[in-house]
Design a protein around this ligand. Structure first.
Ligand code: GLU
Length: 300
């Protein structure tokens, strides 16, 4: 354990154990670890395993093994999100008490049907930065009676953020537009103070009936509880920061700096995915490659 010196930065790598690590993860982990060393910062590892259906213990074990093999070390104990649902629930409740979230019972099919019913062709309907169609608002302003009936029927639901209302409230609290400091680069090459555009996500899902969180709420909660001061992660998550900043202001959490790094792509220019087996760290290691070879492959 290092001293908790005032002003010392705290960085983290936060993988989800829902597949084997590949070169993209190696880049992200080494990037954060080396930045932490350069800054004389603390370095944390966080296991983001809220998706209980897709996360598996063998993937988590492999994360520890692969990172150690790469020469990365981290502070113990490691925070595992599945052990902290109460922390997320507390924040969800606060947002609910502020009237900024509402239960949405829509299935994918219902959302699709509602979009089709508008007469706008599905392929012209706007999608959020994750590629999901923007929520068409069904269930947003339903009556108390209807809500009670749906709950009585035991229907499953998700908690959605009323994004416009949330932004307005965040701006009221902050006394102006919500921004963040980008120390790396946005996908369009912007850096410095960036103003958020949460409307790109529409009314985004913040939690579910049986899991009281989503990626957005859990990340914001943990980064604050763990005292993270500099969030490093891939540029694919740049837009997510728009939602994270809104949540931080609403929940009274500190504002970290951000450094979104470029993504490792395969020869065809595609982003690596969990299924990119030939880029998997285990496969590369089994094929006789060394950690030094991995660094060379990702240009570090
Ligand atoms: N768990 C996320 C992922 O594996 C990363 C979260 C973050 O760095 O904010 O993509």
């Amino acid at each position: 354990m290092q001293d908790d010196k005032a002003g010392q930065d705290v960085l983290r790598f936060a993988p989800s154990p829902n597949g084997w690590l590949h070169l993209g993860h190696a880049y992200s982990a080494l990037f954060a670890h080396e930045m932490a060393q350069r800054l004389g910062a603390r370095f944390l590892l966080r296991i983001e395993d809220i998706d209980i259906g897709r996360c598996r213990p063998e993937y988590e074990e492999a994360i520890y093994e692969d990172l150690r093999w790469l020469g990365i070390d981290w502070e113990e104990p490691v925070r595992r999100q599945s052990e902290h649902f109460a922390d997320y629930e507390r924040h969800l409740k606060r947002l609910r008490d502020m009237g900024l979230v509402y239960p949405c019972f829509a299935t994918r099919k219902e959302i699709q049907d509602a979009i089709i019913a508008t007469g706008i062709p599905l392929q012209n309907w706007p999608v959020d930065p994750d590629g999901a169609p923007l929520y068409p608002g069904i269930y947003k302003d339903i009556s108390r009676e209807r809500l009670n009936d749906l709950l009585w029927d035991g229907r499953s639901y998700a908690w959605r953020l009323d994004t416009e209302k949330a932004r307005a409230e965040a701006e009221r609290i902050a006394g102006g537009p919500i921004t963040f400091i980008e120390e790396g680069e946005s996908p369009r090459g912007h850096k410095g103070r960036i103003t958020v555009q949460p409307e790109l996500f529409g009314d985004v899902v913040i939690a579910r009936k049986d899991v009281p969180t989503s990626y957005h709420l859990a990340v914001v909660t943990d980064d604050a509880l763990q005292g993270v001061t500099l969030v490093t992660r891939g540029q694919d998550l740049f837009p997510a920061t728009y939602i994270h900043r809104i949540l931080q202001v609403l929940l009274g959490l500190p504002e970290p700096r951000y450094h979104h790094h470029g993504l490792i792509r395969d020869e065809t220019g595609r982003r690596l995915s969990k299924s990119a087996r030939d880029m998997g760290l285990r496969e590369l290691r089994a094929a006789g490659h060394s950690p030094q070879d991995i660094r060379r492959m990702i240009g570090l």
